[in-house]
Write a new protein. Structure first.
Length: 96
C-alpha cells in the first residue's frame, strides 16, 4: 500500500545495507570493515569478541553478528539493490 511504502522510506531506508547483508549476501561476514578505510575494524572486532564471550557465558547460544553499512553495499542496482528490495517487499503486494 502507499502507507507501507511511505513508512518504509520514513523509517527503514537505513536498514537496506543490513537487509542486503543478511538476506542477499549471506555468510560474507569475514569481509566486513569499519570506517572509511577500515581504521576502526580492529577495535570493533575486539568489542564484538567480548560481547560474544559475554553472551555465550550467559547461556545464550546465538551467534552475534556485527555488520558494517556502506553505500557501496547497494551501489550495484541489479545485483544488490533490486534483490534486497524484492526480499523486503515480497508478500506485501499481490502479483495481480
Amino acid at each position: 500500500s502507499d502507507e507501507d511504502l511511505s513508512n518504509f522510506f520514513d523509517w527503514h531506508v537505513y536498514t537496506l545495507p543490513f537487509a542486503y547483508k543478511l538476506f542477499v549476501e549471506k555468510d560474507q561476514y569475514d569481509e566486513e570493515y569499519f570506517g572509511i578505510n577500515g581504521e576502526y575494524t580492529q577495535e570493533i572486532n575486539s568489542v564484538h569478541e567480548q560481547a560474544q564471550e559475554f553472551w555465550s557465558n550467559s547461556g545464550v547460544d546465538d551467534e552475534i553478528r556485527v555488520l558494517s553499512a556502506h553505500g557501496s553495499d547497494l551501489a550495484d542496482m541489479h545485483e544488490k539493490l533490486i534483490p534486497t528490495l524484492e526480499i523486503l517487499f515480497s508478500g506485501s503486494y499481490d502479483d495481480g
